[in-house]
Design a protein around this ligand. Structure first.
Ligand code: NAP
Length: 251
């Protein structure tokens, strides 16, 4: 899969950082890999900054998905770097969870923060990058939809599946991912006319700070699977919810 210009949110650790690591070593890596994070100048982004020094295709940009002005600043940087080529692939990966919150202890501020990050964040990030995604899509009219042409991948979770819900989980997080799933479906319908593919991808329970150490899958295997799936996606997949093995998931 050759994808000219890619942007990932939350790329300083976990699955986001692993996406960057695996994308740069592809036989045909992206020309520009915009690896965004909240605090690029701190120790939290040390490994990502080292990757960027070793590989100039990796461009580290500040982007907090809950701060619209930081998203707009990142768009300006990307615009300058890509010119008329636009942005081919936006991976809305940044996310947070709630641990130990109960129906008795839940606070409005922390619930709103989860929704702001996991649901409104991808919405505002997509809004800001849409002109660049449309630009990329219009440059490649000979093919159908693909990640190489113009696509939005929303990193979701089976915890956001209403059909699979069994209870007892982090319900605020689950709400945020169910809403992200609806956003994926809505955007896929509305952006079909622009030939922009929109897919919700589930990494499965994976070892990261969010997933914890007991998760059954490594970040390497999860991202390897998601990248393999992304190479196969076309217009028949837009508006679907798919896991890291390529299996369709129920909403
Ligand atoms: N791991 C799993 O088991 C699992 C399963 C299903 C779905 N997912 C989803 O996969 C995605 C990545 O999760 P992960 O496991 O890699 O989690 P993680 O290791 O905790 O990493 C989360 C990333 O999101 C960033 N982030 C948080 N809030 C942000 C904001 N407001 N703006 C920009 N970046 C922000 C974090 O940056 P800071 O370092 O600045 O906090 C970090 O880079 C999430 O959407 C998550 O819901 C994960």
């Amino acid at each position: 899969m050759f994808v000219r210009n890619v942007l990932i949110t939350g790329a300083n650790r976990g699955l986001g950082l692993e996406f960057v690591k695996q994308l740069v070593v592809l036989s045909e890596p992206p020309l520009n890999l915009f690896a965004t994070c909240r605090t690029p100048g701190t120790g939290k982004a040390k490994e990502l900054q080292e990757l960027s020094v070793a590989n100039p295709r990796v461009k580290v940009l500040q982007l907090d998905v809950t701060d619209e002005s930081s998203i707009v600043r990142a768009v300006e940087h990307v615009k300058k770097a890509v010119g008329n080529d636009g942005l081919n692939l936006l991976i809305n990966n940044a996310g947070i969870t709630t641990k130990g919150v109960t129906y008795d202890s839940v606070q409005a501020s922390s619930a709103m923060n989860v929704l702001a990050t996991n649901t409104v964040g991808p919405l505002l990030t997509t809004k800001a990058f849409l002109p660049l995604l449309r630009m990329a899509s219009s440059k490649d009219t000979s093919h159908g939809m693909s990640c190489g042409r113009a696509a939005i991948i929303n990193i979701s979770s089976t915890l956001g599946s209403i059909e699979l819900e069994k209870g007892g989980g982090p319900f605020v997080y689950n709400m945020s991912k169910a809403a992200l799933n609806m956003l994926t479906k809505s955007m896929s319908c509305d952006l079909r006319k622009d030939d922009i593919m929109v897919v919700a991808l589930d990494p499965t329970w994976t070892v990261t700070d969010l997933g914890g150490p007991r998760a059954p899958l490594s970040a390497e295997k999860s991202v390897e699977g998601m990248l393999n799936v992304m190479t196969t996606l076309n217009e028949t997949h837009t508006g679907q919810f798919i896991d890291y093995t390529g299996k369709n998931l129920p909403w």
